[in-house]
Design a protein around this ligand. Sequence first.
Ligand code: PGA
Length: 258
Amino acid sequence: MRKPIVAGNWKMNTNLSEAVALAENIVRQLNVARIDKADIILAPPFTHLYRVSEIIANKHKLHLGGQNCHQEANGAYTGEVSAGMLRSLGASYVILGHSERRQYFGEDDVLIGQKVRAALENNLRPIYCLGEKLEEREIGKHFNVVSQQMQTALFDLEEADFRKLVIAYEPVWAIGTGKTASPAQAQEVHAFLRELIAKRYGAATAENTSILYGGSAKPDNAAELFDQPDIDGGLIGGASLKAEDFLAIVYALPCARR
Ligand code: PGA
């Protein structure tokens, strides 16, 4: 069975002491017994990863993630961070292809596919983000867009590698805008993605792939999103910066509800 996952993408937020306080609050307040079946991922800025890894070290349900990595193993790439470096800090996941990387840093599916491979070679599980822009949804092209994003970046992976991935559907018009996709809109795309995976890798792999929703997910809308049959959790931006809100979203997972 696929794993329920909630990941917090802190983006370029928090200084070191704020990051420490946030991670400590999450560790202190997390009731591990309630999230027995789930994984929780924290993705702080690169500069805070090592410190956060120390704070979450003894909480087996909390995992560390990077927000990006370079496609090469090492070399003269000033300012960049490799997948191997993330792994050596204790990260086990890395967010790749986030729409902000695509939009502001010119990343395309080919480059993101190379990063996915670099991550896999270093034993990191990629959280591969995809999603359409507002204008693409308005002209009804969202299925074509996400299908292209899956195929170009991922579909020449071997099945064993594909199984290590987490997919995150993040409609660009919903990210940081306060405008959440309705549960039905999100479910429709998640089901479509699972179907695409089934066609390429077979039903068992599709059934085992966690597909997260991202885009203005909050404590008050998380449960109805997570209740959808093909939504396996969330990639949370803004609401991951407050321990109480983040944990309320974690506890909105069906497996964690009282
Ligand atoms: P948001 O961001 O929750 O602030 O909309 C989600 C994301 O970009 O991962």
